[in-house]
Write a protein that binds this ligand. Sequence first.
Ligand code: HEC
Ligand code: HEC
Length: 213
Amino acid sequence: MNAKLRVLIALVFAIFVSQAGAQDLGVKKGKALYEQYCIGCHQAGAVGKVGFAPSLSNNEFLSIVSADFLADTIKNGVEGTGMGPQGALGDEKIRAIVSYLQSLSPVSGSRAEEVAKQPAARGDAKKGAVMFQEVCSTCHGPHGIGFDAGGSGPAVGTPGFLKHATDGYIRTTIKEGRGNTMMKGFVGPEGMANLTSQEIEDIVTYLRTAPAK
Ligand code: HEC
Ligand code: HEC
Protein backbone atom coordinates (compact mmCIF):
# COMPACT_ATOMS: atom_id res chain seq x y z
CA MET A 1 0.00 0.00 0.00
CA ASN A 2 1.46 3.37 -0.85
CA ALA A 3 1.95 5.99 1.83
CA LYS A 4 -0.60 8.43 0.45
CA LEU A 5 -3.30 5.82 0.43
CA ARG A 6 -2.45 4.83 3.97
CA VAL A 7 -2.76 8.44 5.14
CA LEU A 8 -6.09 8.73 3.35
CA ILE A 9 -7.48 5.60 4.97
CA ALA A 10 -6.29 6.77 8.41
CA LEU A 11 -7.96 10.12 7.81
CA VAL A 12 -11.29 8.61 6.76
CA PHE A 13 -11.14 6.32 9.77
CA ALA A 14 -10.41 9.22 12.13
CA ILE A 15 -13.37 11.19 10.78
CA PHE A 16 -15.61 8.17 11.14
CA VAL A 17 -14.55 7.57 14.74
CA SER A 18 -14.92 11.21 15.74
CA GLN A 19 -18.41 11.38 14.23
CA ALA A 20 -19.50 8.22 15.97
CA GLY A 21 -18.05 9.67 19.17
CA ALA A 22 -19.97 12.94 18.77
CA GLN A 23 -23.17 11.03 18.27
CA ASP A 24 -22.61 8.94 21.38
CA LEU A 25 -22.06 12.09 23.36
CA GLY A 26 -25.40 13.42 22.08
CA VAL A 27 -27.19 10.22 23.06
CA LYS A 28 -25.58 10.14 26.50
CA LYS A 29 -26.35 13.77 27.17
CA GLY A 30 -29.84 13.28 25.76
CA LYS A 31 -30.48 10.35 28.06
CA ALA A 32 -29.47 12.41 31.10
CA LEU A 33 -31.72 15.27 29.95
CA TYR A 34 -34.56 12.84 29.25
CA GLU A 35 -34.19 11.49 32.78
CA GLN A 36 -34.36 15.00 34.14
CA TYR A 37 -37.26 16.40 32.12
CA CYS A 38 -39.36 13.61 30.61
CA ILE A 39 -39.10 10.46 32.70
CA GLY A 40 -41.81 11.51 35.18
CA CYS A 41 -44.42 11.13 32.45
CA HIS A 42 -42.91 8.96 29.69
CA GLN A 43 -41.18 6.57 32.15
CA ALA A 44 -37.77 4.91 32.12
CA GLY A 45 -36.74 3.85 28.62
CA ALA A 46 -39.65 5.96 27.28
CA VAL A 47 -42.03 2.99 27.45
CA GLY A 48 -44.95 5.27 28.41
CA LYS A 49 -47.69 4.87 30.97
CA VAL A 50 -51.20 3.78 29.99
CA GLY A 51 -53.71 6.63 30.02
CA PHE A 52 -51.04 9.15 30.98
CA ALA A 53 -48.22 9.50 28.47
CA PRO A 54 -47.55 7.60 25.23
CA SER A 55 -44.67 5.25 24.57
CA LEU A 56 -41.88 6.87 22.58
CA SER A 57 -39.76 3.76 22.32
CA ASN A 58 -41.61 1.46 19.88
CA ASN A 59 -40.29 0.83 16.34
CA GLU A 60 -43.65 1.58 14.74
CA PHE A 61 -43.52 5.13 16.10
CA LEU A 62 -39.81 5.80 15.76
CA SER A 63 -39.63 4.51 12.18
CA ILE A 64 -42.28 6.96 10.90
CA VAL A 65 -41.39 10.00 12.96
CA SER A 66 -38.76 12.46 11.73
CA ALA A 67 -36.21 14.20 13.96
CA ASP A 68 -38.01 17.48 13.14
CA PHE A 69 -41.38 16.11 14.33
CA LEU A 70 -39.79 15.03 17.61
CA ALA A 71 -37.91 18.30 18.10
CA ASP A 72 -40.99 20.37 17.25
CA THR A 73 -43.20 18.37 19.62
CA ILE A 74 -40.71 18.83 22.46
CA LYS A 75 -40.29 22.54 21.72
CA ASN A 76 -43.96 23.43 21.28
CA GLY A 77 -45.74 20.64 23.14
CA VAL A 78 -49.08 19.22 22.01
CA GLU A 79 -51.62 21.96 22.53
CA GLY A 80 -54.56 21.04 24.74
CA THR A 81 -52.84 17.98 26.30
CA GLY A 82 -50.50 17.15 29.18
CA MET A 83 -47.53 17.53 26.82
CA GLY A 84 -46.45 21.07 27.59
CA PRO A 85 -43.90 23.07 25.57
CA GLN A 86 -40.26 22.61 26.61
CA GLY A 87 -38.78 25.29 24.37
CA ALA A 88 -36.90 26.75 27.33
CA LEU A 89 -34.47 23.82 27.02
CA GLY A 90 -33.03 25.37 23.85
CA ASP A 91 -32.27 23.74 20.51
CA GLU A 92 -29.04 22.01 21.52
CA LYS A 93 -30.53 20.12 24.46
CA ILE A 94 -33.64 19.29 22.48
CA ARG A 95 -31.45 17.84 19.72
CA ALA A 96 -29.64 15.68 22.29
CA ILE A 97 -32.96 14.36 23.62
CA VAL A 98 -34.05 13.58 20.04
CA SER A 99 -30.78 11.63 19.51
CA TYR A 100 -31.48 9.66 22.65
CA LEU A 101 -35.05 8.81 21.62
CA GLN A 102 -33.86 7.80 18.15
CA SER A 103 -31.22 5.56 19.68
CA LEU A 104 -34.02 3.46 21.21
CA SER A 105 -34.91 1.98 17.83
CA PRO A 106 -32.73 0.48 15.10
CA VAL A 107 -35.08 1.87 12.43
CA SER A 108 -35.44 5.47 13.61
CA GLY A 109 -36.74 7.79 10.92
CA SER A 110 -36.26 5.17 8.21
CA ARG A 111 -39.76 5.64 6.75
CA ALA A 112 -40.44 9.20 7.88
CA GLU A 113 -40.05 10.78 4.43
CA GLU A 114 -42.00 8.11 2.60
CA VAL A 115 -44.84 8.27 5.14
CA ALA A 116 -44.98 12.08 5.10
CA LYS A 117 -45.24 12.01 1.29
CA GLN A 118 -48.21 9.67 1.18
CA PRO A 119 -51.28 11.18 -0.47
CA ALA A 120 -53.94 12.95 1.56
CA ALA A 121 -56.79 10.74 2.71
CA ARG A 122 -59.83 10.61 0.44
CA GLY A 123 -62.79 9.36 2.35
CA ASP A 124 -66.20 10.14 3.71
CA ALA A 125 -65.94 12.12 6.95
CA LYS A 126 -69.47 11.18 8.03
CA LYS A 127 -68.83 7.46 7.68
CA GLY A 128 -65.48 7.97 9.39
CA ALA A 129 -67.20 9.65 12.33
CA VAL A 130 -69.49 6.66 12.84
CA MET A 131 -66.61 4.22 12.55
CA PHE A 132 -64.46 6.24 14.94
CA GLN A 133 -67.24 6.33 17.48
CA GLU A 134 -67.66 2.54 17.22
CA VAL A 135 -64.08 1.38 17.07
CA CYS A 136 -61.76 4.05 18.43
CA SER A 137 -63.59 6.23 20.95
CA THR A 138 -63.49 3.68 23.78
CA CYS A 139 -59.77 4.38 24.03
CA HIS A 140 -59.35 7.82 22.41
CA GLY A 141 -62.51 9.41 23.84
CA PRO A 142 -65.39 11.00 21.95
CA HIS A 143 -64.09 13.00 18.95
CA GLY A 144 -60.57 11.86 19.84
CA ILE A 145 -60.12 14.24 22.77
CA GLY A 146 -57.63 11.80 24.31
CA PHE A 147 -56.62 11.11 27.90
CA ASP A 148 -59.04 13.70 29.26
CA ALA A 149 -61.84 11.22 28.51
CA GLY A 150 -60.22 8.69 30.83
CA GLY A 151 -59.21 6.10 28.23
CA SER A 152 -55.82 4.69 27.26
CA GLY A 153 -55.39 6.58 23.97
CA PRO A 154 -53.86 10.05 23.47
CA ALA A 155 -55.52 12.95 21.66
CA VAL A 156 -55.93 12.26 17.94
CA GLY A 157 -58.82 14.60 17.08
CA THR A 158 -57.35 17.85 18.42
CA PRO A 159 -55.75 20.63 16.37
CA GLY A 160 -52.59 20.25 18.48
CA PHE A 161 -52.09 16.65 17.31
CA LEU A 162 -53.28 17.19 13.74
CA LYS A 163 -50.86 20.08 13.23
CA HIS A 164 -47.93 17.67 13.63
CA ALA A 165 -49.33 14.52 12.09
CA THR A 166 -49.61 13.95 8.33
CA ASP A 167 -52.31 11.74 6.84
CA GLY A 168 -49.62 9.16 6.05
CA TYR A 169 -48.57 9.13 9.70
CA ILE A 170 -52.15 8.62 10.95
CA ARG A 171 -52.93 6.04 8.25
CA THR A 172 -49.78 4.03 8.97
CA THR A 173 -50.46 4.09 12.71
CA ILE A 174 -54.02 2.79 12.23
CA LYS A 175 -52.76 0.00 9.99
CA GLU A 176 -49.77 -1.09 12.06
CA GLY A 177 -50.52 0.05 15.58
CA ARG A 178 -47.73 0.72 18.06
CA GLY A 179 -45.71 -2.14 19.48
CA ASN A 180 -45.47 -2.24 23.29
CA THR A 181 -48.79 -0.33 23.67
CA MET A 182 -52.54 -0.94 23.63
CA MET A 183 -52.72 0.50 20.11
CA LYS A 184 -52.81 -2.65 17.98
CA GLY A 185 -53.03 -2.58 14.18
CA PHE A 186 -56.37 -2.59 12.41
CA VAL A 187 -55.55 -4.62 9.32
CA GLY A 188 -55.80 -8.38 8.87
CA PRO A 189 -57.14 -11.09 11.14
CA GLU A 190 -54.70 -10.13 13.91
CA GLY A 191 -56.08 -6.58 14.00
CA MET A 192 -58.39 -5.26 16.71
CA ALA A 193 -60.97 -4.94 13.94
CA ASN A 194 -60.21 -5.79 10.32
CA LEU A 195 -60.80 -2.42 8.67
CA THR A 196 -60.77 -2.02 4.88
CA SER A 197 -58.52 0.58 3.26
CA GLN A 198 -61.61 2.65 2.51
CA GLU A 199 -62.74 2.57 6.13
CA ILE A 200 -59.30 3.75 7.19
CA GLU A 201 -59.49 6.58 4.61
CA ASP A 202 -62.89 7.55 6.03
CA ILE A 203 -61.52 7.71 9.57
CA VAL A 204 -58.48 9.79 8.59
CA THR A 205 -60.73 12.15 6.59
CA TYR A 206 -62.95 12.51 9.65
CA LEU A 207 -60.00 13.20 11.97
CA ARG A 208 -58.76 15.88 9.54
CA THR A 209 -61.88 17.89 10.42
CA ALA A 210 -60.36 18.26 13.94
CA PRO A 211 -63.51 16.98 15.61
CA ALA A 212 -62.16 17.64 19.14
CA LYS A 213 -61.80 21.41 18.87
C1 HEC B 1 -46.40 16.24 32.36
C2 HEC B 1 -46.19 15.03 31.60
C3 HEC B 1 -45.24 15.09 30.41
C4 HEC B 1 -43.92 15.49 30.39
C5 HEC B 1 -43.08 16.04 31.52
C6 HEC B 1 -43.46 15.24 29.03
N1 HEC B 1 -44.46 14.72 28.27
FE1 HEC B 1 -44.36 14.22 26.30
N2 HEC B 1 -46.32 13.78 26.27
C7 HEC B 1 -47.16 13.80 27.38
C8 HEC B 1 -48.51 13.47 26.97
C9 HEC B 1 -49.73 13.41 27.86
C10 HEC B 1 -48.45 13.26 25.56
C11 HEC B 1 -49.61 12.86 24.66
C12 HEC B 1 -50.42 14.07 24.31
C13 HEC B 1 -51.62 13.68 23.50
O1 HEC B 1 -52.66 13.35 24.09
O2 HEC B 1 -51.50 13.69 22.26
C14 HEC B 1 -47.07 13.44 25.17
C15 HEC B 1 -46.61 13.34 23.88
C16 HEC B 1 -45.28 13.39 23.50
C17 HEC B 1 -44.79 13.16 22.16
C18 HEC B 1 -45.63 12.80 20.94
C19 HEC B 1 -45.81 11.29 20.89
C20 HEC B 1 -46.69 10.80 19.77
O3 HEC B 1 -46.95 9.59 19.72
O4 HEC B 1 -47.14 11.60 18.95
C21 HEC B 1 -43.43 13.29 22.21
C22 HEC B 1 -42.45 13.12 21.08
C23 HEC B 1 -43.07 13.62 23.58
N3 HEC B 1 -44.23 13.69 24.34
C24 HEC B 1 -41.79 13.81 24.05
C25 HEC B 1 -41.49 14.29 25.32
C26 HEC B 1 -40.14 14.62 25.76
C27 HEC B 1 -38.90 14.37 24.97
C28 HEC B 1 -40.25 15.13 27.02
C29 HEC B 1 -39.16 15.73 27.88
C30 HEC B 1 -38.44 16.85 27.31
C31 HEC B 1 -41.66 15.08 27.39
N4 HEC B 1 -42.37 14.58 26.33
C32 HEC B 1 -42.17 15.49 28.61
C33 HEC B 1 -46.79 14.11 28.67
C34 HEC B 1 -45.57 14.62 29.07
C1 HEC C 1 -57.55 -0.47 22.97
C2 HEC C 1 -57.37 0.96 22.91
C3 HEC C 1 -57.24 1.64 21.56
C4 HEC C 1 -58.09 1.57 20.49
C5 HEC C 1 -59.37 0.74 20.35
C6 HEC C 1 -57.54 2.46 19.49
N1 HEC C 1 -56.39 3.06 19.95
FE1 HEC C 1 -55.24 4.39 18.94
N2 HEC C 1 -53.90 4.43 20.46
C7 HEC C 1 -54.08 3.78 21.67
C8 HEC C 1 -52.94 4.04 22.51
C9 HEC C 1 -52.74 3.50 23.90
C10 HEC C 1 -52.07 4.87 21.75
C11 HEC C 1 -50.73 5.43 22.18
C12 HEC C 1 -49.68 4.44 21.86
C13 HEC C 1 -48.37 4.91 22.41
O1 HEC C 1 -48.19 4.85 23.63
O2 HEC C 1 -47.53 5.33 21.58
C14 HEC C 1 -52.71 5.09 20.46
C15 HEC C 1 -52.17 5.86 19.45
C16 HEC C 1 -52.85 6.23 18.30
C17 HEC C 1 -52.36 7.17 17.32
C18 HEC C 1 -51.02 7.88 17.35
C19 HEC C 1 -51.14 9.14 18.17
C20 HEC C 1 -49.86 9.93 18.26
O3 HEC C 1 -49.79 10.86 19.09
O4 HEC C 1 -48.89 9.66 17.55
C21 HEC C 1 -53.33 7.28 16.36
C22 HEC C 1 -53.30 8.15 15.13
C23 HEC C 1 -54.42 6.39 16.76
N3 HEC C 1 -54.08 5.77 17.95
C24 HEC C 1 -55.59 6.26 16.07
C25 HEC C 1 -56.58 5.31 16.38
C26 HEC C 1 -57.76 5.08 15.58
C27 HEC C 1 -58.15 5.85 14.34
C28 HEC C 1 -58.46 4.06 16.16
C29 HEC C 1 -59.71 3.36 15.67
C30 HEC C 1 -59.62 2.77 14.34
C31 HEC C 1 -57.71 3.67 17.36
N4 HEC C 1 -56.60 4.45 17.46
C32 HEC C 1 -58.11 2.70 18.26
C33 HEC C 1 -55.15 2.98 22.04
C34 HEC C 1 -56.19 2.59 21.22
